[in-house]
Write a protein that binds this ligand. Structure first.
Ligand code: PMP
Length: 489
């Protein structure tokens, strides 16, 4: 058994072996050897073997639409063979062909502590050994709810199994509470695949939305209004025209699903105040940002400092510790409208599942100030390095951050910031593609789309960051070699 495995199986109460990097007070350990792929070449990156992934992808195609269970995993936006991952530990993924990657996706956000954290694994194993689901209330649900209420601006919280369910339920509750139907959302914000939220903007500002995908009836989006993000005037206009019919406004607390587009200073406050002035509820979707950008999510970066709070908040990702767990919560008077206390129906067979809530609780208990400080600092290092290398290679770009979440837009020369989806959509996806594959070939797993967040974890130590940083020059050169062809041009 290698040292690496020894640590992997370590009991959470044992002292951390001095031969591993330990972080005092966190119980967190960074794993040892990276194995044979821990080399970064300075010349052109060489493609890695993908025969096993390709074979699995072919089998998957025969039995699963597109070969994947969530579209972006298929690599359609970047081309090539999606990597089938065999295992993950700390900051690293290993695929079925034996390639190792520094993981900058972190399961699209949840893995705040890194993969296979020994204390989370131990807690999960202990919980699973007591049975995996009972369909009754359990202790970990209560403890996780208490932890969430202690960290965030919600009085009460209800668990569900996915972020989609959380936003869908929050909207139903907002409509039930207010007795109104209209919902306002922003273009480029994604809230899961809820019918009424899979809506594209109609023509012009403050017009009703149209379905964003086949399968969504017009009736489902007829009560949805889609506005440009960061546009205070559009918000004021829509409330002036329809304010007494609006049940809620939902927004990503800091959007990450069009790449990172942070709210302009005071924008979320304006949303909260405008909703309050019109008797509508302000729903802050913290599925991505919650427990990730601070202990209290994006709220820790704005509402807590500016003195306002959302009426409802949705959570997911980090709070499930890598398991399917999500939640929505908010004001006690609003939450009390939920069944069985109130008339608004909502339920779930696996909601509050004891293994999932144990994973989430253990993750949040380990997510100390030190963990956030470490991730913030890693993100800062990486943002600076990406900016420097792209500049050196002459690639126009914008790097944007919301706390420790950040992304890189391969925009055209002269674009200095990305305030909304319209500007985000002008970036060169071809340049991103070249950059992505050059990184992948050097053992760095970026999100396989230009419109996604680069996620870090507490396990991204200096060694992992060095590996990413040393891969950047060749990737920047690969992007520079792609001629300028903005999307939509
Ligand atoms: N809201 C936001 C802000 C999200 O980022 C996501 C997922 N990326 C969701 C909701 C939906 O969550 P899920 O995929 O768990 O349904």
């Amino acid at each position: 058994m290698t040292q690496e495995h020894d640590v992997f199986h370590r009991h959470p109460d044992e002292d951390v072996d001095a031969s591993h990097t330990a972080y005092p007070g966190t119980g967190f350990v960074v794993w040892g050897s990276l194995g044979e792929n821990d080399r970064v070449t300075s010349g052109s990156p060489t493609p890695r073997p993908t025969a096993e992934s390709a074979a699995l992808f072919e089998r998957a195609h025969a039995v699963t639409p597109g070969g994947v269970n969530s579209p972006v995993r298929a690599f359609n936006a970047v081309g090539g063979t999606p990597r089938f991952i065999e295992s993950a530990r700390g900051a690293y993924l290993t695929d079925v062909d034996g390639n190792e990657y520094v993981d900058l996706v972190c399961s699209w956000g949840p893995m705040l502590l890194g993969h296979a954290h020994p204390q989370v694994l131990a807690a999960v194993a202990e919980a699973a050994a007591r049975g995996t689901s009972y369909g009754t209330p359990t202790r970990p649900e209560v403890e996780l709810a208490e932890e969430i209420v202690a960290r965030t601006p919600v009085d009460k919280v209800r668990f569900v199994s996915s972020g989609t369910e959380a936003t869908m339920s929050a909207i139903r509750l907002a409509r039930g509470f207010t007795g109104r139907e209209l919902v306002v959302k922003f273009a480029g914000c994604y809230h899961g695949h809820v019918d009424s939220l899979l809506a594209s903007a109609g023509s012009g500002l403050a017009t009703f939305a149209v379905p964003g995908t086949p399968g969504v009836p017009e009736a489902s989006t007829a009560a949805t209004l889609v506005l440009p993000y960061n546009d205070a005037a559009a918000v004021e206009k829509v409330f002036a025209e329809h304010g007494d019919r609006i049940a809620c406004l939902i927004t990503e607390a800091a959007p990450g699903n069009m790449g990172v587009v942070p709210p302009a200073p005071g924008f979320n406050k304006l949303l909260a105040e405008t909703c309050a002035a019109h008797g509508a509820l302000f729903v802050s979707d913290e599925v991505m940002t919650g427990f990730r950008v601070t202990r209290a999510g994006q709220y820790g970066l704005d509402g807590a400092l500016e003195g306002w709070r959302p009426d409802l908040v949705t959570f997911g990702k980090v709070m499930g510790g890598g398991f399917p767990a999500a939640a929505f919560g908010g004001r006690a008077d609003v939450m009390s409208q939920l069944s069985p206390e109130g008339p608004v129906y909502q339920a779930g067979t696996l909601a509050g599942n004891p293994v999932a809530t144990t994973a989430g609780l253990t993750t949040l208990q380990l997510a100390t100030d030190d963990v956030y400080a470490r991730i913030d600092s890693a993100a800062e290092t990486l943002r600076a390095a990406v900016g420097t290398e792209l500049t050196t290679a002459g690639v126009p770009h914008v790097v944007q951050a919301a706390g420790n979440m950040f992304s890189v837009f391969f925009v055209e020369e002269g674009v200095e910031s990305v305030p909304d989806f319209a500007v985000a959509s002008t970036q060169s996806t071809e340049r991103f593609k070249a950059f992505f594959h050059a990184m992948l070939d050097q053992g760095v797993y970026l999100p396989p789309s230009a419109f996604e967040v680069w996620f870090l974890s507490a396990a991204h130590d200096a060694r992992a960051l060095d590996r990413v940083i040393s891969a950047l020059p060749a990737a920047a050169r690969a992007a520079a070699a792609v001629p300028s062809t903005p999307r939509g041009a």
